[in-house]
Design a protein around this ligand. Structure first.
Ligand code: ADP
Ligand code: MG
Ligand code: MG
Length: 212
């Protein structure tokens, strides 16, 4: 079966760069409706920089080492709110799995939980505030349920990605309480949060690379 090792982590992040590039315009469009229109651009700039750094990473790196590189690169290259938020997510995730060569279900849950907790620590958003947390928290909850059910790590990541997608969709009717969209009041209603959508793309990439 699939093993969530350093090779997987690198494949996951390269897949993230690919899907973010593919969805760059769509993420900009979501952000144009309730923000300043740069979310796709910000994420694409960050992940393109990450890919260049990955090319120089020694083979045999652990998942934690890959995630640490993602964190430092996103923090230094992505402007805006999402850079420090995703940067902190990957940094906390790296710390949570540091030393592990292969991530089993418990470590995968620890990775996702630490990422979400890092975003909350940094941005103070709660579920329902119409932010990326509305995708991350259902994803973490689904991963925990999956771990308790004794499912494979592939299924665990698929369920996390599905829950993130549902969570992102559920941001549409909400008023925002954090970030630029919070300035719009009721005018934010009817629009999906871009950070919740990009979170879904990253988690879908995790599941798809694990299933390969
Ligand atoms: P900016 O708003 O600075 O242009 P981006 O457009 O790259 O940055 O990112 C916007 C996304 O950041 C939002 O869609 C939302 O998901 C997320 N975000 C903003 N503020 C917060 C926060 N306090 N907590 C969690 N996520 C946030
Ligand atoms: Mg923006
Ligand atoms: Mg901006």
């Amino acid at each position: 079966g699939t093993s969530l090792n350093g090779t997987w982590a690198e494949a996951w992040i390269r897949e993230c760069a690919g899907v973010i590039a593919e969805h760059r315009a769509e993420l900009n469009t979501l952000d144009r409706a309730i923000g300043d229109g740069d979310h796709g651009e910000n994420m694409d700039r960050g992940f393109q920089a990450v890919v260049l750094k990955l090319d120089a990473l020694p083979s045999g790196s652990t998942p934690g080492e890959v995630l640490k590189l993602v964190a430092t690169t996103l923090i230094s290259t992505v402007g805006g709110a999402s850079g420090p938020l995703f940067g902190t997510a990957f940094l906390k995730a790296a710390i949570a799995v540091s030393g592990a060569d292969t991530l089993h279900a418990a470590a995968t849950v620890a990775l996702l939980t630490a990422a979400r907790d890092g975003i909350v620590l940094r941005g103070k958003a709660q579920v329902g505030d119409k932010t990326m947390i509305d995708a991350w928290t259902p994803a973490v909850d689904a991963a925990i349920d999956s771990q308790h059910a004794g499912e494979s790590v592939v299924t665990l990541l698929e369920r996390a990605a599905d829950a993130a997608a549902t969570g992102a969709l559920a941001t549409e009717p909400l008023v925002a309480h954090k970030g630029r969209a919070s300035y719009l009041g009721e005018r934010a209603i009817g629009h999906r949060d871009p950070g919740a959508e990009s979170t879904t793309l990253l988690l879908r990439a995790a599941a798809e690379t694990a299933a390969r």
